[in-house]
Design a protein around this ligand. Structure first.
Ligand SMILES: Nc1ncnc2c1ncn2[C@@H]1O[C@H](COP(=O)(O)OP(=O)(O)O)[C@@H](O)[C@H]1O
Ligand SMILES: [Mg+2]
Length: 221
């Protein structure tokens, strides 16, 4: 069973703010976990530390049994590439690339994919699975917010990660698209991926297997 484990993780930023205070959490494959809590409570920091985008001040982050503090930069990048997919509130798409090209971006650093046509084929397949087949040639500026977020989800899936980490994925969407995105994330968790979603959107409660509340850096289980 693949897992992301946080053991007694604290994060103190350089300015002295303690954003995470002794947080322990295990995310398993096939599980949809929602972390809720007020703005400034440490939710984004939690996701960044769990996703190896930032390091913690103390404690352990263990991904698929690798204690990440023992990994050098290259191995860390490797774990991130192969095991983790990210989705953000503001989509973070490249506006100069078409939808399918955005989906291809993470494959460019993956030696598993040898040719551009192989990458494109996978990108088109992923676009289809998130319901975007008829939008693959569009640029982000030609897509609705919900469509852009689906491109971002397909991109997060490009290297077939074990886990999807999503930070306020519906923050810029209307309620109809909100539901579509949570539906999509739920589908991914039932298909075997571990899904960790940070949100202050109550709708997420209908999808999560577990709801955890973050308060002043403390994760209430
Ligand atoms: N890069 C940073 N440097 C200093 N303080 C930060 C940084 N990022 C976040 N913080 C602070 O850490 C706390 C938690 O922030 P954050 O994790 O973004 O919370 P949330 O996502 O729940 O709104 C806040 O007090 C915030 O101001
Ligand atoms: Mg945040």
């Amino acid at each position: 069973m693949k897992t992301i484990e946080l053991k007694n993780v604290s994060k103190i930023y350089k300015n002295g703010v303690k954003a995470l205070d002794n947080v322990s959490l295990t995310v398993k494959q096939g599980e949809f976990i929602a972390v809720m809590g007020q703005s400034g409570s440490g939710k984004s920091t939690l996701l960044q530390v769990a996703g190896l985008l930032d390091n913690c001040t103390s404690g352990q982050v263990i991904i698929n049994r690798n204690d990440v503090s023992s990994l050098n930069k290259n191995l860390l990048a490797d774990v991130r590439m192969k095991s983790l997919g990210f989705v953000f509130q503001s989509f973070h798409l490249n506006s100069h690339l078409r939808a399918y090209e955005n989906i291809m971006v993470p494959m460019l650093i993956n030696p598993e994919y040898k040719t551009k046509s192989e990458m494109k084929e996978r990108a088109l397949h992923l676009a289809e699975t998130v319901g975007l087949s008829n939008r693959i040639d569009h640029y982000p500026g030609e897509l609705s917010g919900g469509e852009q977020q689906r491109v971002a989800i397909a991109r997060a899936l490009s290297n077939n990660p074990d886990f999807i980490l999503a930070d306020e994925p519906t923050g810029n969407l209307d309620s109809k698209n909100e539901i579509a995105i949570f539906d999509e994330l739920k589908r991914l968790s039932t298909s075997g991926k571990g899904v960790l979603v940070v949100s202050h959107n109550d709708a997420v409660k209908d999808y999560a297997d577990r709801i955890l509340i973050m308060k002043d850096g403390v994760l209430e289980q």
